[in-house]
Design a protein around this ligand. Structure first.
Ligand SMILES: O=C(O)C(=O)Cc1ccccc1
Length: 308
């Protein structure tokens, strides 16, 4: 099986993928293939070039990863089949010999820049913050740029990968921050129900938002279905009209969930099924094979089981 992920090698998404595979799909034939962007990884699955893709979905501190939600709204041909929650620890990396006071540019994924904003303000106040497609991609860009004023925020282990030095460890503003990654594959039969599942839906109400929102919410409360996440997403047609990403407790094969979906149609909303997959709660330790994530604060993961 070949799995796409947001690369290059060394991203947090790769860590999430390795952990998920080692835990639930320990096949020696699994190949992990990096893609430069989330849309590229998702397209590789759409084109059947790869069996599934691991992509970042949401951070506990900075919210959703827009490219992933956008990717799930188009086409209607992808389902979430698993999820992994990874605590992330950030380091500032630069070329050997470069000191903190020489840093004028800091590159990283927008979520990493945002999660380190306080530290950056205090320690490199004059630095220009430049978004990159991923943390490890930013590190590679720094090496390619060959500019001694340039640093990247990435996992500390990425320093070895690119011959860089760690200028500062644990620079995230919230040491408890976690990111939720999802495994996505072409639409099909969802993983079997486990009794501890979550279902993701995309609810559309035409141009009747926000009037339709109370109706949507009451469908779930009346049906005793626990809503765990709601995210408004612009329809793109007119300002002020939204679709809603909705996560609920339960599997689509659980009667309360399937009834709630049917009831949404009854009130004129349309619910597109985005996947049912096991909900994981207990944090577990994990390590990237062949590479130490961090000797000080090993990455722990929560995985929703039943990998493709
Ligand atoms: O860029 C990465 O390494 C990713 O996997 C995306 C990301 C960025 C920042 C926090 C968590 C995930």
């Amino acid at each position: 099986m070949e799995y796409a992920y947001l690369g290059p090698e060394g991203t947090f998404t790769e860590t999430a993928l390795h952990y998920a595979l080692s835990r639930f799909s320990p096949s020696p034939n699994a190949t992990c293939v990096p893609y430069a962007t989330v849309p590229a990884a998702l397209d590789a699955v759409r084109r059947a070039e790869r069996a599934a893709a691991m992509v970042p979905m949401e951070n506990s501190r900075k919210g959703v990863v827009p490219a992933t939600l956008e990717g799930l709204t188009v086409g209607g041909d992808l389902h979430i089949v698993a999820e992994v929650v990874v605590p992330v620890t950030f380091a500032l990396l630069a070329a050997p010999g470069v000191g903190l006071d020489g840093i004028g540019r800091v590159l990283s994924h927008p979520h990493a820049l945002a999660q380190c904003a306080g530290w950056l303000r205090r320690n490199v106040p004059g630095a220009r913050l430049e978004p990159a497609h991923s943390t490890a991609g930013a590190a590679r860009d720094v090496v390619v740029a060959d500019d001694p004023s340039c640093a990247a925020i990435a996992a500390p282990a990425v320093a070895d990968q690119y011959g860089m030095r760690v200028l500062a460890q644990d620079i995230g503003d919230d040491e408890n921050a976690v990111t939720r990654f999802v495994m996505v594959r072409r639409a099909g039969v969802p993983p079997a129900r486990t009794g501890r599942d979550r279902t993701s839906l995309l609810v559309s109400v035409g141009d009747r938002t926000p009037a339709a929102l109370p109706g949507i919410l009451s469908v779930f409360s009346t049906g005793r279905v626990n809503l765990t996440w709601v995210q408004a997403w612009p329809t793109g047609t007119r300002l002020g009209t939204y679709r809603f990403f909705v996560d609920v407790d339960g599997h689509i094969d659980d009667q309360p969930v399937s009834r709630a979906v049917a009831a949404l149609f009854d009130i004129g909303a349309e619910a597109r099924f985005l996947g049912s997959y096991p909900r994981g709660l207990a944090a577990e330790r994990a390590q990237r094979p062949g590479r130490v994530s961090s000797p000080h604060r090993p990455h722990a993961h929560t995985v929703r089981k039943d990998m493709p």
